[in-house]
Design a binder for this molecule. Structure first.
Ligand SMILES: [Zn+2]
Length: 356
């Protein structure tokens, strides 16, 4: 009888611990930061470790500067069976909570607060950049809440009342159809970089731009370079209260779904450029932290160290796989590299912006 009671007590304590953990966020004692003021989160959608390593093979690149910091692998699984989708994966990265596939910052019953909302509470400025539509799963998880990623209008409405200061994505007419929602909430809307760069940073901005593919993508000319947009965003967001910026390279996933390896690796190289640019920025601004990771792997890509063998046959599937993805960070470190889940990205982000 005594043992039985003890077991109930242990179960009760475990449940109580879980409830506390999901309902109130605490600094994770296993995470170390050095007086971080600003945070940049860079996400390669669909980027597995073989995408990273094959890009180095194809473009004949050595270890990249941003890789010389903390490195670990993270498990990407969601609460659904099989591989995660981008919605559940991005929700885990943005909120620290594992949900079922299709959910955007929402657990099915209620909205889950994301890192941008925590940052805004601290009067930090926040921004997102993607070369996908802004209602795409990854940017949506950092700016909206809905049970189903297909609820495009709900995502757009939510974004229009969000606390975000800067949103940059691919051109899509839905945002212009709903322009009044944004202007009535203080946003300026624009569709080209000239107008974007001319907008003062006292103004909230949403930009829907054409042509944001990788500049390394053969056949794509006159592209807006994502590095230029990141440079602009850092200058726009820089302020005494700090900022959080999320940047997504979306086309690694899209080209990998169609097993189109060269443009996929071109997108990975663009991600390298952004990661190295921000890595260098942090060398001069050590109060800024960087996280580079992915939501999941797409295509079950195999690795080769022989450039002549880089071809579409390296893909083993057209969908997402359950392989772990890499996590790099600078300015925030975990005391372990073992048994990590994707939710640790939120834990690191949250600790970085709340630790004194
Ligand atoms: Zn995908």
């Amino acid at each position: 009888m005594k043992i039985y009671f003890k077991r109930i007590l242990i179960v009760f304590l475990l449940v109580a611990n879980t409830i506390m953990f999901t309902s109130c966020k605490n600094n994770n004692p296993n995470i170390t930061t050095n007086n971080i003021q600003n945070l940049i989160i860079l996400i390669g959608d669909g980027m597995g470790e073989n995408h990273i390593d094959n890009a180095k093979t194809y473009f004949e690149l050595d270890t990249q500067p941003f890789e010389s910091n903390y490195i670990a692998n993270i498990n990407t699984s969601s609460l659904s069976l099989g591989a995660t989708d981008s919605a559940a994966a991005a929700t885990a990265l943005a909120t620290g909570v594992s949900v079922k596939n299709g959910r955007i910052g929402h657990d099915g019953d209620s909205a889950i607060k994301n890192i941008m909302e925590y940052a805004s509470d601290k009067n930090m400025l926040t921004g997102i950049i993607t070369n996908d539509n802004l209602f795409g799963a990854t940017p949506a998880a950092f700016s909206a809440h809905t049970k189903d990623r297909g609820n495009t209008l709900e995502i757009i409405q939510d974004q229009s009342t969000s606390s975000l200061d800067l949103m940059i994505g691919k051109y899509s007419g839905e945002y212009y159809t709903n322009e009044s929602l944004f202007t009535s909430n203080g946003f300026t809307m624009c569709d080209n970089t000239q107008d974007l760069y001319a907008t003062p940073n006292t103004q909230k901005v949403i930009a829907n731009l054409n042509n944001i593919y990788s500049i390394y993508n053969p056949g794509k000319t006159n592209q807006t370079n994502l590095v230029d947009l990141v440079d602009y965003a850092i200058n726009y967001l820089d302020n005494e209260n700090g900022f959080v910026l999320m940047v997504e390279c979306a086309y690694i996933d899209k080209f990998s779904h169609s097993n189109d390896i060269i443009p996929a690796l071109a997108e990975v190289r663009t991600l390298f450029d952004i990661a190295n640019y921000t890595n260098e920025y942090i060398n001069n601004n050590p109060d800024t932290a960087l996280i580079v990771t992915s939501d999941h792997e797409t295509g079950g890509l195999k690795y080769t160290n022989n450039k002549s063998k880089i071809n579409n046959n390296l893909y083993t599937k057209g969908g997402h796989s359950s392989k772990d993805v890499r996590l790099y960070s600078k300015g925030i470190t975990l005391d372990s590299t073992e048994n990590l889940r994707n939710t640790v990205v939120f834990d690191m982000s949250y600790t970085a912006i709340t630790k004194p």
